[in-house]
Every structure is written in C-alpha cells, then in structure tokens.
Design a protein around this ligand. Structure first.
Ligand SMILES: NC(=O)c1ccc[n+]([C@@H]2O[C@H](COP(=O)([O-])OP(=O)(O)OC[C@H]3O[C@@H](n4cnc5c(N)ncnc54)[C@H](OP(=O)(O)O)[C@@H]3O)[C@@H](O)[C@H]2O)c1
Length: 293
C-alpha cells in the first residue's frame, strides 16, 4: 500500500513512518513540506501522492500555549484536519485521524473510564479545537478512523518523560514537584503506531480509543520511569492546585479501548510494559539526549 503521513516529524509521525514502511511505501510530510492549514496545498499534495491511506498526525499540541493562540490552534487542529478529510474523500481513500483524551472534561470518578460513546465536554482551547477536528473529519471523509489517545511519549521530540529525565540529570538533589491527582494511561508512540497498522489492515471505521492498559498519575509515571532508567532524583508529589498551568487539564484521562477489544484487534499493552520496553531500547540515547540539553 501507499501510505501518506501528515505531521511526519512529530513523535507519533516518526514512529508511524518506522512501522508502516516495513510493508508499505510511505511518504511522510513535515509542516514545511505540507502545511495542512493550506487547503489548496493539501488537495494538490494528496492528489499527487495518490495514497491508499492518509494518516494525520499533524496538530498544534502545545496545550498551554493554545489558550493564547486559539486561532492558529483551530486552523491546524480543526480546519486543517477537515481539509485533509475532504481531499481524502475526493480520491475515495480512508483517513486515519489522531485525537485526544482532552475532548473529555475528566470529571468521572476514578477508576471509571471514558468509552468512545461517552459524552464529550472539552475544558480548553486544545480540546475544543481537537473535537471540532473530529467533527470535520467525520463529516468530510466518508472513510475515516478517528483514534483518540493520551499521554504520548516516544523516542523523537519532546515529552513528559524526557522533561523528567532532563531535570533529574541536571540536579538529582533538587526537589521536582509532580502532579499526583491527574490520572491517565501513558502510551508509547511505537505501540500506538502498531495499533494504527492493525486498524488500517482491518479497514476500521469511526471513533476508537487507543491507549495503554491500566493507569497512573503523572507522579507515579515519573517515579516508575526514573527508577527503570536507574537515575537518582528527588521528585515529590503535589496537587494540581499547587502547580497551576494556563490550561485546565482533565483530572481523569482514562480511556477504555472498548471498540478495539470488542473487535478483538486491541494491540495495546499495560503502561508499565510500554515504559519497560522504551527504557530497554532507548536508555543510552535518552541519557545522551537529555544530558546535553
Ligand atoms: N502528545 C500527547 O501526549 C498527545 C496526547 C493525546 C493525543 N495526541 C495527539 O496525537 C497526535 C500526535 O501528537 P504528537 O505527540 O506526535 O505531536 P508532536 O510531536 O507535537 O507532532 C505534531 C506535528 O504536527 C506538525 N504540525 C504542526 N502544525 C502543522 C501544520 N500546520 N501542518 C502540518 N503539520 C503541522 C508538526 O510538524 P513540524 O515538526 O514539521 O513543524 C509536528 O511535528 C496529535 O494529533 C495530538 O493531538 C497527543
């Protein structure tokens, strides 16, 4: 198959390239090669590449910055996604679109989780623009898979795990306060890319949740990861109220992979297993990258 990836330089985009290129011809585009906010360019590029499937990993992902940059966030997360959907529909190919736990308000009590059919109610600009993106994709691309995920980390780009590692390596005695009252399922981008490959193979349709199994708090994740990395640190738990951010974050980000399980196509594994594999594969690279920056 010919696979086209938008947002190919991001952490998920890079792992999609790696997974899909094993058995397919893949063309991945960064924002400089294909800016999805240009409808004309999107149409031209998708027509020229003439792929069998388009995977849209492109997004405005800075949750806090989006609060003051709503117009650009909407252009990329909503309108841009809609342009990709239209262009896919015009050549009758499926679109895989990546969305987020931030479409929910996270007010469910633990350990309740959100299914694909749960009511959406985003708390901020990022979540609202991603939800509008979902709606435009569903409306404009007849063949679509909208895959909601959460708490991504990967070898490429920046993420929470690398931030924790950088801080610990810079000064292992400095107390780092980490939020211990927001819960979610840390998900490795490589594992998610394998799940997307499965969804493409079975020609999925509609909304899917795809996160690691199980859940933890940000503090529990940081502690587990740094222990696995064998890096000394002084992290300490704190509450959301003690660590205010411009964007309000969902307290409960736990998604249930209901449709993947029902369809017997769930390739997601426990979050600890993902972190274990990530560390065993990348420990030295991570230390090198996070020591020097
Ligand atoms: N990170 C998370 O924890 C998380 C959680 C839930 C859902 N998601 C969703 O998962 C998907 C992938 O996230 P990620 O973590 O891989 O994000 P990421 O590393 O920030 O990558 C996003 C990519 O989007 C590209 N992009 C931005 N504006 C663009 C534009 N106008 N046209 C084309 N490309 C553009 C960027 O390209 P350049 O680098 O080339 O500028 C960037 O590489 C996104 O849909 C995100 O909303 C992420």
């Amino acid at each position: 198959m010919r696979i086209m990836i938008c947002g190919g330089n991001g952490q998920l985009g890079r792992d999609c390239l790696r997974v899909f290129q094993k058995n397919n011809t893949v063309q991945a585009f960064g924002s400089l090669d294909l800016d999805i906010t240009s409808q004309e360019l999107v149409e031209k590029m998708i027509t020229t590449v003439s792929p069998d499937v388009v995977i849209n990993c492109a997004a405005y992902t800075n949750v806090d910055k989006s609060e003051g940059d709503a117009e650009l966030a909407r252009k990329i997360n909503a309108l841009g996604a809609g342009y990709v959907a239209r262009a896919c529909s015009a050549i009758d190919v499926p679109m895989v679109h990546i969305s987020t736990d931030y479409v929910f308000d996270g007010k469910k009590e633990l350990p309740l989780s959100y299914a694909e059919t749960s009511a959406t109610s985003p708390l901020g600009v990022y979540g609202r623009t991603k939800l509008e993106g979902e709606q435009l994709v569903a409306r404009n691309a007849e063949k679509h898979m909208i895959v909601r995920t959460a708490w991504l980390y990967g070898a490429h780009g920046n993420n929470f795990l690398k931030t924790m590692l950088r801080l610990a390596l810079a000064d292992s005695d400095r107390t780092i306060r980490v939020v211990n009252d927001q819960y979610g399922s840390p998900t490795w981008t490589l594992r998610l890319a394998l799940q997307l490959e499965k969804l493409v193979m079975v020609k999925g349709h509609g909304i899917y949740h795809a996160t690691s199994e199980g859940y933890c708090s940000w503090y529990e994740l940081a502690a587990y990861f740094l222990k696995k990395m064998d890096v000394s640190h002084s992290i300490a738990p704190c509450t959301t109220a003690e660590y205010p951010t411009p964007a309000t974050r969902p307290g409960n980000s736990i998604l249930d992979n209901t449709r993947l399980k029902r369809g017997e196509i769930n390739r997601m594994t426990g979050w600890r297993h993902g972190v274990d594999l990530f560390v065993s594969r990348y420990r030295n690279d991570l230390i090198e990258e996070c020591s020097s920056s």
